[in-house]
Design a protein around this ligand. Structure first.
Ligand SMILES: [Zn+2]
Length: 442
């Protein structure tokens, strides 16, 4: 019997997907399936309750009855055992007769419950679908539309309502596509004449972001990956004619076994797709010469960062998406590097950056167990008073090396300031190394 709790079994991380893309794909696939048709089965013993458009409930009456009978049966067996023990342990004949009578009553109850349970279990889980049945899907269309309207910020009531009517069966990583994808299989539970129809399977595919940077359509990344494949093949480490993720696994395993890096650090570097990181890995593993243009201070910083036994990074990919922060910084830089809070809000009107984000992006922020995000904009003016906001303003960070703006938001383990200067490719810290060009495209 299917229940939405099936998704709870997916404890193992199989992929990393973008919520907005995921919601959009599920919505599009569900709409297409409702329009074009999909297999459908009517579930017996399952009732559909509709309290409101956004509060649909599916009740598994058959499963609930089986569970209830099971509990009652266990209780009867306990009572029977207890009555028999009591009868055997007393020397009083009158009491002994009472206990034996009790145990016989419990034995009868056990027989009856066993019969009920067998009958409940024999009842079919689903029945043949009638040629036609009524199904009111307005609420579903409404909720699905909400998914795409709200993107990754869908309110809890939408998520709750949908989790009652969408049954996720599997998230299967597909490594044969470039970029890699995840195939999502799900069913819709639809109201059908007071009962429930299980509609599907419906499938859709979304990009597996866990491999995003390795496989991004980026000339440098493709080149770097091809070279690492070739190098690993020379070392006889993997059958790389198979799926592309094999190279990542081979490199990760080598970094763990040969250099003693943590698995997490090794995996983060192996999935990065940054040529310079692969060059450093090849240098450390096989003594390959480093490219002439690489700043030794950068090599040093990368090496100490990744070989640190306390390496912390979250989530499991090398360069994190900084689109929203970058949008905020770009707006400030476009205004000359300094802008009032309300003026910045106005400049960001048609973007998804709101005043809450401006506030968050201009202070330290900790997400999960990853290292703290540093502010990408500096606060100026009076931020102590809640109102008026007119006293507040934001400034782009100045690069201490070239006096430009450190205006590129780059979030990788080896760029701890989270900012780079696009002119001199250094962080706005005095001892920053110079980074390879690739970092400006991450
Ligand atoms: Zn600079």
């Amino acid at each position: 019997m299917a229940t939405t709790s099936d998704t709870g079994r997916l404890a193992e991380r199989v992929a990393s997907i973008d919520p907005a893309e995921f919601h959009g794909a599920v919505q599009a696939a569900a709409v297409a399936a409702l329009r074009d048709g999909a297999p459908v089965e009517l579930l017996d013993g399952v009732e559909f309750w509709r309290m409101s458009d956004l509060n649909a409930r599916v009740t598994d009456t058959r499963g609930r009855r089986i569970a209830m009978l099971g509990e009652e049966l266990a209780d009867a067996r306990r009572a029977y055992d207890q009555a028999r023990r009591n009868a055997n342990s007393t020397t009083n004949e009158k009491l002994r007769a009472d206990y034996l009578a009790d145990s016989e009553r419990e034995a009868d109850r056990i027989t009856a419950l066993e019969a009920d349970l067998a009958a409940a279990e024999a009842q079919p889980d689903s029945a043949a679908t009638p040629d036609a049945f009524d199904s009111d899907c307005d609420f579903l269309a409404h909720a699905l539309a909400g998914l795409t309207v709200h993107g990754e910020h869908a309110p809890a009531e939408y998520v709750d309502a949908l989790s009652r009517v969408i049954e996720f069966d599997a998230f299967t990583p597909i490594h044969t596509t470039d970029p890699p994808q995840v195939e999502v299989t799900f069913h819709l539970l639809l109201p059908a004449d007071g009962r429930v129809a299980r509609f599907g399977p419906i499938t859709c595919r979304v990009q597996n972001r866990a491999y995003r940077n390795t496989l991004r359509d980026n000339g440098e990344t493709q080149r770097a990956r091809a070279l690492m494949h070739q190098r690993l093949r020379q070392e006889g480490h993997a059958d790389l004619d198979a799926a592309p993720h094999r190279a990542v696994d081979s490199l990760r395993d080598l970094l763990v076994t040969q250099l003693g890096w943590t698995r997490h650090a090794a995996r983060t570097l192996a999935t990065s797709g940054v040529g310079a990181l692969y060059d450093i890995a090849a240098h450390l593993l096989w003594g390959d010469p480093l490219p002439a243009g690489l700043d030794p201070a950068y090599v040093e910083l990368v090496t100490t960062t990744y070989q640190d036994p306390g390496f912390r990074w979250n989530p499991h990919r090398h360069a994190l998406d900084c689109t929203l922060r970058q949008t905020a910084v770009d707006a400030v830089v476009a205004a000359g590097g300094h802008l009032g809070f309300t003026e910045l809000e106005t400049a960001l009107t048609n973007t998804t950056v709101d005043d809450v984000r401006i506030t968050v992006y201009s202070r330290d922020q900790t997400i999960g167990n990853g290292p703290t995000w540093h502010p990408c904009l500096e606060r100026r003016g009076d931020w102590i008073q809640q109102h008026p906001k007119s006293g507040r303003s934001l400034a782009a960070a100045t690069c201490p090396h070239c006096n430009g703006f450190a205006s590129r938001v780059v979030r990788t383990p080896e760029t701890p300031a989270d900012l780079l200067c696009p002119t001199c490719r250094r962080m706005p810290t005095t001892n920053s190394p110079t980074y390879p060009d690739t970092y400006l495209t991450l």
